[in-house]
Design a protein around this ligand. Sequence first.
Ligand SMILES: Nc1ncnc2c1ncn2[C@@H]1O[C@H](COP(=O)(O)OP(=O)(O)OP(=O)(O)O)[C@@H](O)[C@H]1O
Length: 304
Amino acid sequence: MLDDHVDILRLEKITKTFHIKPVFGPAKTVEALRNVNLSLKPGKALALVGESGSGKSTVGRMIVQHYEATSGRILFEGSDIADIADRASQMKYRQAVQMVFQDPFSSLNPAHTIRHHLQRALRLHQPDHSGDADVCRILDEVGLDPKTTPDKYPHELSGGQRQRVNFARALAVNARLIVADEPTSMLDVSIRKSVLALMQRLKAERGLSILYITHDIATAEYLAEDTAVMFRGQVVEQGPTSDVVGAPKHSYTQLLRAAVPDPRQRLLAGDSGFSSHAKDVREASAHLVTGMIEQAPGHFTAQQ
Ligand SMILES: Nc1ncnc2c1ncn2[C@@H]1O[C@H](COP(=O)(O)OP(=O)(O)OP(=O)(O)O)[C@@H](O)[C@H]1O
């Protein structure tokens, strides 16, 4: 059992630079991540919040080893993932850390039934797995009908049901950390909350750790004990969600918070100073962060 005091996931000074060579025009570089430090405790959720292009998905993809870091370290249960050498350890890591994507269809093969998807995942974790009992148990655990779902094909399920299958697959390989990249943003508003509730339940009952990537800062409050706010590849504020979302101290987080549909806080476009204020905040927040200030225990903001 992992010691509660050891972070299940830790990013230390992570940078990621993409070098792009377009067919036409000059080559360019994009500094997608600049000196990112994050940590996630076992059995907890960390919300990674920010607007499009802030670097959230790049963080997620680096954790699941789609991309390598340009510099810095990613520690999983205390060990640097860059040091995973042999194939067996690599397989183990790739099972322990599962990604759930925005598009619930993208990772399901339309030619196979849900039973096939889950049995395949179960066999990865337990090579001698045979029966249907585990398929049914896992479907039940994610709130899908264990009688009717196994024989269905992905297209016969709703978006929300497909996303539940993706979580079921992560359970089948016994994942300990789920990187959920905008898992509800392609779903109907009416069912978003139920998928968030599923994640909340998996965390509470299974002890799963969740990195919850979202542009919707309001949903962080529902799921995540801690929240980190990103802008232009840097973390500008992080700490307990109650502080970061409830009483943000960095002007960019305040801006993000003001855009949330909350009649008490909304800053409306058209209000005097709205767009110039937003522009000023964004420009100021894009500067290289040189240090973090502790506003309250565990609550940090970038120096401005
Ligand atoms: N494979 C890639 N090659 C080149 N540039 C990339 C690549 N992936 C991401 N980027 C760039 O890195 C920056 C961060 O992108 P990223 O997708 O991580 O942001 P995001 O916050 O997840 O945004 P979104 O919510 O739109 O996915 C952007 O400028 C993006 O264009």
